[in-house]
Design a protein around this ligand. Sequence first.
Ligand SMILES: Cc1ncc(COP(=O)(O)O)c(C=O)c1O
Length: 374
Amino acid sequence: MSSDDQNSPSRGPRIPEHVRALTPYQPGKPIEEVERELGLTDVVKLASNENALGPSPAGLAAAHEALNGVHRYPEGGAVMLARRLAERLGVAPEQLAFGTGSNEVIDLLIRTFVRVGEPVVMSADAFVVYALITKSFAGKPVQIPARGFHHDLEAIRAAVTADTKMVFLANPNNPTGTIFGRDEWRAFMSDMPDDVVVVVDQAYYEYVDDPSYPEVLDELDRYPGLVVLRTFSKIYGLAGLRLGYGIGSAEIMQALSRVRQPFNTNLVAQAAALAALDDEDHVARSRELVRKGRALFAEELDAMSLGWVPSQANFVLVEVGSGADVTQALLERGVIVRPMDGYGFPNHVRITFGTDQENARCLDGLKHVLVDRG
Ligand SMILES: Cc1ncc(COP(=O)(O)O)c(C=O)c1O
């Protein structure tokens, strides 16, 4: 019997090698699970870059209303939402494609453009889902070492060859929270071949306030392979409803809608997103809360002499010694943060900014944990 056979069930279908080799995505621990496991109440979750203010109230009301109609299928292409968003973004509705979270749009892009063994280029510190989905389609992730918690755009560009089908850039990136600026972006795209799909993931777009941030959406006409990703999971507070979208040429988006399932985004999510889009008060309050969180953590982490990475998103990467140990110690104090071993940062944890009380719980926990650990 070969070692391969030993890993397979004795009967039934063989799991393909590239699937067996996948490491499943490790989400942040759910609050209920931690409360059950550790016998705690009042657990605070700062582990999944969610919106601490909760869902947009307007989105939530629309979701409740939409529940009355769930005996009907949703609009396949989220037509109403596409119209409204297109107006807002200054593109045509045909330039949008929706997914069950922007995760699904990443999946659709790879499924549409990347065939077995073909390279997809990304930064080694980028959002792990790009590599995970590439591998799930038996594509070849080419992961370029980061430069001091930043995507190294020059090295990423140098890794694009005639075989490259797709490049992923996260701006801001998760888990570092860093961005690349306009000049770097321009240089990166200056001689990019037109047939490479360049995906710029802007899941945290609404939180950015660095003036050097490139508005890549304005450049869709200039670069035919450019696709921008956005989501309702973050500032709009609708992560649990799962709705994200891509913006690109009508040709690319039409290709995605050929491969997507007929009703890939649900009716409740579409209605909630449509209402949340116009909930400017919730967006402004969410942005403000994150700005306050950034300033508070900067001050407190400095006071604790901890290293941290300046962030343009709703979270911060903090150097704590053993990330796994500190995560566990914080967990026992009822605070869930995210260890970063999976990203190659075993000495860091990633902390999502919460409400004032949640931030205080976390910082207080960190102080105690670090003192206890000497
Ligand atoms: C950079 C980045 N892109 C995309 C996503 C996926 O978001 P969703 O599928 O909820 O839209 C996340 C989620 O954390 C993210 O951090």
